[in-house]
Design a protein around this ligand. Structure first.
Ligand SMILES: Nc1ncnc2c1ncn2[C@@H]1O[C@H](COP(=O)(O)OP(=O)(O)OP(=O)(O)O)[C@@H](O)[C@H]1O
Length: 308
């Protein structure tokens, strides 16, 4: 069931188009990623869904509600991660939870939430004294304190060190496992690959692809490749390799230590090629399978790397 439906969202600022017809749907229970470079329109999209910005055109439905008409009901049903600057440094952890719980009509017991998210020993710590990872833990707890059906997490791990990023990923998995649908805005490929069930790739205000991370790689990152070297004097196995199901191309060119063979294909062709070579007693060296990544898919979709 789609929990969020966005159709033809448009938004301009001062004549500059920022959202150019965004459409996407988020299914109940999934972690839905919104991936794109800085300025692509990710936050604007999410804030239109949250009811914080009004689109110039298009429709948004959250649990069947219109975030602008049914503002109160939508606010009750969603949890939004705050940005760093939105909490005063001298606020204590328990005070923040107590305050945010008071915004909702059916909040969760924030004391239980504090235990659950490992914040109990920090209850009297002031926000400004928390580490980056602890702040993110508090932000996630605050996003959940209203007992939402959907949580929005925007650039959750930006600025965290690698270890804190990984611990934060575990927290996102816990949110998902608790049954809360999660919309995760990110410009990190590895994060999206690790956490998201499906991803909308946004570039210059449009959705250029929407798929599972594996599907994005499969359909956009170009053919899979395996390469190996034949010992000098060995017969060319091109005919054997070309007959393997899934193989789409075989090229052979001379290399320093013998002929270099490159095989392209789809699915599990590499295992089948290895098996066919072994059955035909063809010995090869230097066998490599090129891993295609979400980065390759992103470049193919947008014409440039994510960090440019
Ligand atoms: N209130 C505003 N007034 C004018 N321009 C805006 C406003 N809000 C956003 N923009 C512009 O719209 C574009 C998209 O911004 P948005 O924050 O949605 O991008 P983003 O993909 O979330 O990027 P980032 O990762 O940098 O947050 C940017 O060029 C931004 O400068």
């Amino acid at each position: 069931m789609a929990i969020i439906e966005v159709t033809g969202l448009r938004k301009s600022y001062g004549g500059r188009t920022v959202l150019d017809g965004i459409s996407l749907g988020v299914e109940a229970g999934e972690v839905f990623g919104i991936l794109g470079p800085n300025g692509a329109g990710k936050t604007t999209t999410v804030e239109c869904v949250e009811g914080l910005r009004r689109p110039d055109a298009g429709t948004v439905s959250v649990l069947g509600l219109d975030p602008h008409r049914d503002t109160r009901a939508v606010r009750e049903a969603i949890g939004v991660q705050l940005q760093q600057t939105q909490l005063p440094d001298n606020l204590k952890v328990w005070e923040a939870l107590d305050l945010y719980a008071s915004f909702y009509s059916r909040p969760r017991d924030w004391r239980a939430l504090m235990e659950e998210w490992g914040l109990a020993e920090l209850r009297n710590a002031r926000f400004g004294k928390l580490s980056g990872g602890q702040k993110q833990r508090l932000f996630i707890a605050l996003a959940l304190v209203g007992n939402p059906q959907v949580a929005f997490l925007d650039e959750l791990t930006t600025g965290l060190d690698p270890q804190a990023r990984r611990s934060t990923w575990e927290l996102v998995k816990r949110v998902r496992d608790s049954g809360v649908t999660t919309v995760l805005v990110s410009h990190y490929m590895d994060e999206v690959e690790e956490l998201c069930d499906r991803v909308a790739v946004i570039d210059r205000g449009t959705v250029v692809a929407l798929d599972t991370p594996a599907g994005l790689v499969d359909r956009n990152a170009g053919p899979q490749r395996m390469r190996f070297t034949l010992p000098r004097g060995a017969a060319d196995p091109a005919a054997i390799v070309a007959a393997v199901p899934g193989v789409t191309g075989v090229t052979t060119e001379p290399g320093r230590d013998g002929d270099r063979v490159t095989v392209t294909g789809t699915g599990d062709f590499a295992t089948a090629v290895t098996g066919a070579l072994a059955r035909n007693h063809v010995l090869v060296t230097d066998l490599r399978i090129d891993q295609r990544s979400l980065e390759d898919a992103f470049i193919a979709l947008t014409g440039r790397p994510l960090d440019r």
